[in-house]
Design a protein around this ligand. Structure first.
Ligand code: DMJ
Length: 645
């Protein structure tokens, strides 16, 4: 190697060259240290930083200081290790973590993970709330749940608390052959709908029966298999064993709850959580229980609002939540935040974690306290101020299942939930005083209310109310009981009329009682039928309550109409105009057709001992949930002799 001679340095002067090298190396290492140190001061989104530092290291900077892109923050929230940092940050700012710690017992799912998710949600929210309006800590209510915790929920003990076997003596086989034939027909319809879903849309959310492919949609936040989860209990009670086993295997191998999309809190709760809970209670398969609680946990961050009223949309991965763009002024929807109670109470039952019950009791408490115009509950409420945003009241869409869950909460609590009972009957009184109308032709209907002005329209969705008023009749004031049963029958009759007055014998999405109309749709846009269950649901309840054969006849009319107009080569489809004899199909087999419409029809043609109403309440997606009998569970089950399968 040849070194160029430096001026003033002899060629043989090795000592001098060494010290030169030493100074140079010193300078170089100083430079490297400086550059590396500077990485800590770079913004979070700079790629160099992400390459050189682990994600864990970047977390506090991302959320704590509010710097970094939103996506980065969401990413971090998914990693348990990163969430450690968040916990520290949030407990320093508020009481969330510590409060939850003291309230919890021994949960089966990691309660720490729940806390961390909550912390994450809160941290996100703090970034978006204006500083001038400090966020009050959500009000919490300590509920008393019975002494069962996650590790001790005992399925056998629970089964002994049922008054009768869930599937009856002979799976609800009806005694007369004609009814049995009709029931078999419904079972065949279920098999047909299922087989086609399996063949063309397996793993997708719904079947498109005309184009023979699957539909995913955007309601379930990236979750898949809505038709499978919605069908588990229907397949099970119908004794479609092979099909049920396929569905179960899919849950075992393919149900992925780690999705990162934007979901409707309401839809995920009623279809997925409800479907998994029912499947667990009916079969005792631990898998369903585990997945239900796991999913329930992912829904909790939606409740991190100033009032504890959840927002309608949640990202299941990050826990970020927001209100529907179409809901006025960022409000939450009554039928959405008011339709969580049944499932959340059961999540507490199964996990031993009181947080689920606390969340829904908090909603209940706020709704109980708030001033109500004429005793009515408007459909839009601000999750920030806790005030009504608009005075639109409806027993149909936007309001419907809130009322349903009040009476069902009472029934599911073994008739101990007195608040739910009081709220239900006073709401019903207000509904009767303000919304219930009689048409010139003598049909009873429930109008909608817009700030004191009546809109003489009833939605198909509102037709569930025949069944609701019916199941609540017995627990009303003694002098009102017959009246409620009559009201239930009248509403069901009106809804049946909306079917009989169409060419297809299926009912429109909405029908009116003005401008000469009586239970018919007057607008083109209201003429469609999307395989909805509500009218048939009311037939089923009214049959159970009265055993008037007309309800089975009406149910059979619906079966014939479904077969004639909605059955296509590869499944069932909704139709665009119930008044047209040459129907146009909408190419969608809704998951609630398998979960609700066909299940209610099957129950209508079964004996009452298939899922007896003394033991089961149906969630709003027709998933049966058992009555919670605390005394029986605490005593270790005293009614075991009555249950046999
Ligand atoms: C179902 O998903 C539920 O019944 C919900 O409460 C409202 N509507 C659909 C079916 O019509």
């Amino acid at each position: 190697m040849v070194f160029r001679k430096l001026p003033g340095v002899s060629a043989s002067g090795m000592g001098l060259r060494l010290s030169q090298k030493f100074v140079f190396l010193l300078f170089l290492s100083g430079l490297v240290t400086l550059c590396f140190g500077a990485l800590f001061f770079l913004p979070d989104s700079v790629r160099l930083k992400r390459i050189f530092l682990s994600k864990t290291d970047t977390q506090p900077v991302t959320v704590g200081s509010g710097s970094g892109s939103e996506n980065d923050a969401k990413e971090h929230l998914k990693r348990p290790k990163d969430q450690e940092h968040l916990r520290g940050i949030t407990s320093a700012k508020g009481e969330t973590s510590t409060k939850l710690k003291t309230l919890s017992r021994k949960p089966s799912v990691s309660h720490e993970a729940t806390e961390e998710r909550l912390a994450g949600g809160k941290a996100q929210e703090e970034l978006t709330l204006p500083r001038s309006k400090p966020e009050p800590a959500p009000e919490r209510v300590t509920s008393s749940i019975h002494g069962v915790n996650s590790d001790t929920f005992n399925y056998n003990k629970f089964k002994r608390c049922l008054l009768r076997a869930p599937l009856g003596r002979e799976h609800g086989k009806p005694s007369d052959p004609r009814t049995e034939e009709r029931r078999d027909k419904v079972k065949e319809m279920m098999k047909f709908a299922w087989d086609n879903y399996k063949r063309y849309a397996w793993g997708k959310n719904e079947l498109r029966p005309l184009t023979r492919n699957g539909h995913i949609g955007n309601m379930f936040g990236g979750l898949r298999g809505a038709s499978i989860i919605d069908s588990l209990d229907t397949l099970y009670i119908m004794g479609l064993t092979e099909e049920y086993n396929d569905a179960k295997e899919w849950v075992q191998t393919s149900l992925d709850l780690n999705s990162n999309g934007e979901a409707s809190l309401f839809e995920v709760n009623i279809r997925y959580v409800g479907g998994l809970l029912s499947a667990y209670y009916l079969t005792g398969e631990e898998l369903y229980k585990r997945r239900a609680v796991e999913l329930g946990e992912k829904l909790l961050p939606a409740f991190n609002t100033p009032t504890g009223i959840p927002r309608g949309v949640i990202n299941l991965g990050s826990g970020t939540s927001w209100s529907w763009g179409w809901a006025s002024a960022g409000s939450s929807i009554l039928a959405e935040f008011g339709t969580l109670h049944l499932e959340f109470v059961h999540l507490t039952e199964l996990s031993g974690n009181p947080i689920y019950t606390e969340k829904v009791m908090n909603i209940r408490k706020l709704l109980n306290k708030i001033e109500k115009p004429h005793g009515l509950y408007p459909n839009f409420l601000s999750p920030v101020s806790g005030n009504w945003v608009q005075h639109h009241v409806s027993i149909g869409g936007l309001g419907d299942s809130f009322y349903e869950y009040l009476i069902k909460s009472y029934l599911m609590s073994d008739k101990t939930d007195e608040d739910a009972k009081k709220m239900y009957y006073s709401a019903l009184e207000a509904i009767e005083a303000n919304l219930v109308q009689k048409s010139p032709g003598g049909l009873t209907y429930m109008a909608e209310w817009r700030g004191g002005i009546l809109d003489h329209k009833m939605g198909h969705l509102a037709c569930f109310s025949g069944g609701m008023v019916g199941i609540g009749a017995d627990d009303g004031a003694p002098e009102k009981r017959q009246h409620y049963l009559d009201l239930a029958a009248e509403i069901t009759h009106t809804c049946h009329e909306s079917y009989t007055r169409s060419a297809t014998k299926l009912g429109p999405e909405a029908f009116r009682f003005d401008g000469g109309a009586e239970a018919t749709a007057t607008r083109l846009s209201d003429r469609y039928y999307i395989l909805r269950p509500e009218v048939i649901e009311s037939y089923m309840y009214m049959w159970r309550l009265t055993h008037d054969p007309k309800y089975r006849e009406w149910g059979w009319e619906a079966v014939e109409a479904l077969e004639q107009h909605c059955r296509v080569d590869s499944g069932f489809s909704g139709i665009r105009d119930v008044y047209a004899t040459a129907v146009g199909h909408d190419n969608m087999q809704q998951s609630f057709f398998l979960s609700e419409t066909l299940k209610y029809l099957y129950l209508l043609f079964s004996d009452d001992d298939l899922l007896p109403l003394e033991d089961w309440v149906f969630n709003t997606e027709a998933h049966p949930l058992p009555v919670v009998r605390k005394s029986c569970l605490q005593d270790g089950g005293t009614q075991d002799k009555t249950v046999s399968e």
